[in-house]
Design a protein around this ligand. Structure first.
Ligand code: OKP
Ligand code: ZN
Length: 343
């Protein structure tokens, strides 16, 4: 299959990250995408192509317009305000505060448009966000054009970004943008299968009351794992969307057998929905050596994921999400794709 990749991701570099008790260099770093690209090449997955440039109309089909317009202004505003280092939010309009009046300072606006401190900006961040969006839409175009599958090597990832907010390393929800784009091109139903270790809260929020996008999520139990405030099994969709959101929260230590049982159930529900296209939010932070995650999948498990998805027999767009064990991220991510191709 073809891989769509942009070198512009690399400008999103050197940002700091707030963890439980410290500010540390970000786990979501450029080498992630470079290790994946190197493995695509060494495994001869197929051609690597650059993305086509897209305007932001497709982003605004699922994100709020003011939120999308805010993103390119962050770094210029940050510099104009005399700041340097990493632009990071620190105040949020939670319960009891006003969420309807955007403040007039960039540091405050970062909180207005986010749910955590995990989506930060440096000089090259907007260019990277935009390139990731272009990568997703270009790869979607390949599938629309008749390719059985395509790999959007997106960086930064997207699945934590909601209609009006960023968070968890995510800004534009690349998988959700692609889903809406397929629908706008004439598809009737899309399934998004999110196998990243973390619950894709943004994707769930965006499609929660809709029947035309089925969202299936396999992830660490939010009672004990980030993003904590969404992803429980009783979240099944609302209104027209009732029954079209399906969550599989799993405990720390989950290994292949238990994880695969969830995948098998999800694939059964996906097949019953009979979508025109499958979008896989491909995170490989389920890996046993992932530095921020608690599942126990091993490298030989990833091709099995790809094989199972291929068995669905549907056009499939793979959209890169998380995975932080950089030494093995290429082996694991490309392992899913070679497994899909049954080789
Ligand atoms: C993004 B994706 C680490 C705390 C977790 C945010 C994780 C975002 C993951 N100590 N920070 O789903 O891989
Ligand atoms: Zn993740």
């Amino acid at each position: 299959m073809k891989t769509v990749y942009s070198p512009l991701h690399a400008g999103h570099a050197g940002q700091m990250e707030l963890v439980t008790s410290a500010i540390v260099p970000g786990f979501e770093k450029p080498s992630r995408a470079e290790f994946i690209k190197a493995r695509v090449e060494s495994e001869n997955l197929g051609p690597i192509v650059l993305p086509l440039e897209h305007d932001l109309a497709a982003a605004k089909r699922i994100h709020k317009s003011d939120y999308i317009d805010f993103l390119p202004t962050v770094w210029p505003q940050w510099v104009a305000s005399g700041h340097e280092g990493t632009a990071m939010p620190f105040t949020w309009p939670t319960r009891g505060l006003r969420g309807d009046v955007p403040p007039k300072r960039v540091d405050a606006l970062l909180g207005y448009y986010s749910f955590d401190a995990g989506a930060t900006f440096v000089e090259g961040t907007w260019a990277a966000i935009k390139s990731s969006y272009d990568v997703a839409l270009t790869a979607a175009g390949l599938v629309k054009g008749g390719e059985r599958s395509a790999f959007a090597l997106c960086r930064p990832p997207g699945h934590h970004a909601g209609a009006g907010f960023m968070g968890g390393y995510c800004y534009i929800n690349n998988a959700a943008v692609a889903a809406q784009w397929f629908l706008d091109q004439g598809a009737k139903r899309i399934s998004i299968l999110d196998v990243d270790y973390h619950h894709g809260n943004g994707t769930q929020e965006i499609f929660y009351d809709r029947a035309d996008v089925q969202v299936l999520n396999l992830h660490g139990d939010p009672l004990v794992e980030y993003p904590f405030f969404l992803g429980h099994a009783d979240e099944r969709g609302a209104g027209d969307g009732e029954g079209f959101n399906i969550n599989y929260p799993m405990p720390f230590g989950t290994d292949w057998d238990a994880w695969n049982a969830s995948l098998e159930d999800a694939c059964g529900k996906l097949a019953a929905y009979a979508p025109d296209i499958v979008i896989v939010s491909l995170g490989v932070d389920t890996f046993e050596k992932d530095p921020i995650s608690q599942f126990k999948l091993t490298s030989p498990d990833y091709p099995k994921i790809g094989r199972r998805i291929a068995k669905l027999g549907l056009p499939t767009l793979f959209v890169m999400e998380g995975g932080y064990a950089v030494e093995e991220i290429g082996i694991n991510a490309v392992g899913v794709l070679t497994g899909f191709e049954d080789r």
